[in-house]
Ligand binder design. Structure first.
Ligand SMILES: [Zn+2]
Length: 104
């Protein structure tokens, strides 16, 4: 029997460590585009977020992806990411994307 280690990834918003399949990957491609990576296999620098739109909205508010991917995303970029996010959201487990309550 092989022991399969589950690789954990950290959510850019709530900092929780979760397995890859519970998270949505956002990738900055070598061409400089930022897109959702539902396969988890696209080339580029990736950032992970809990598979819930609430988390995405927090990321948008605090520009988490800008920091994680070292890019400057426009509101339009976030808008199109959000559209893509909504189409895949249902496939992911419902995980609360909550930081420990320190937000005002
Ligand atoms: Zn999260």
């Amino acid at each position: 029997m092989k022991t399969k280690r589950i690789p954990l990834r950290k959510c850019v918003v709530c900092q929780k460590m979760l397995s890859k399949k519970e998270m949505i990957r956002v990738v900055r491609t070598p061409e400089g585009n930022v897109e959702l990576d539902s396969t988890g296999k696209k080339n580029g620098r990736g950032a992970y977020i809990c598979g819930k739109i609430e988390g995405f909205e927090k990321a948008q508010k605090s520009k988490s992806f800008d920091r994680a991917l070292k890019v400057s995303l426009s509101p339009q970029d976030y808008g199109s990411l959000k559209e893509q996010f909504l189409t895949v959201q249902a496939k992911y487990a419902s995980i609360e994307c909550e930081k420990e309550k320190h937000e005002s």
